[in-house]
Design a protein around this ligand. Sequence first.
Ligand code: URA
Length: 209
Amino acid sequence: MAEVHVMDHPLIQHKINFIRRKEVGSKDFRSIVGEIAALMCYEATRDLKLQDVEIETPICKMVGKELSGKKLAVVPILRAGLGMVDGMLNMIPAAKVGHIGLYRDPETFKPVEYYCKLPADCDEREVFVVDPMLATGGSSSAAITMLKEKGVKHIRFMCILAAPEGVARMQKDHPDVDLYIGALDECLNEHAYIVPGLGDAGDRIFGTK
Ligand code: URA
């Protein structure tokens, strides 16, 4: 079963609480989403493998630790996931970035891929799929299924807010994908918005409505 990590760092909780407020405008919302993504990236990379590396400081030789193991990639789910990319790259600047876009077919209600561009070696990378809101889990689950169909093997999913419904859906569909959640909210409302939530993350990041 997938591990579910709900962030307990005070800075993450403080910043999430700040952007929930309806009066926070796009400029602040966008920059704080970036800060939250960076802090969550720090927490979600705690278990990355290290290797011993011999280096020379201005004083002497030493054996230090550097990242080893799989290279990393960040894959935002369009559009709101874009708001988390810069924050992630601040922490892991060597990561490659892919993009995946889905829309819901108005007749079948099934998610349809309209865009997907991934790093060529994505199948060998540890891939962090990012989307600020895990609501029903429909599009996140579909995005991860599509990545798996393209050969991606190692996936983690990161969101700022999650509803229990979305967590349950992800655990059922993708028990191999660990979840990193900024805050776990109460439920979904009748429009599939997270409650208490923060509204439409994409609109708030990009100033659209
Ligand atoms: N997507 C959003 O942007 N907000 C929600 O509350 C649910 C899905």
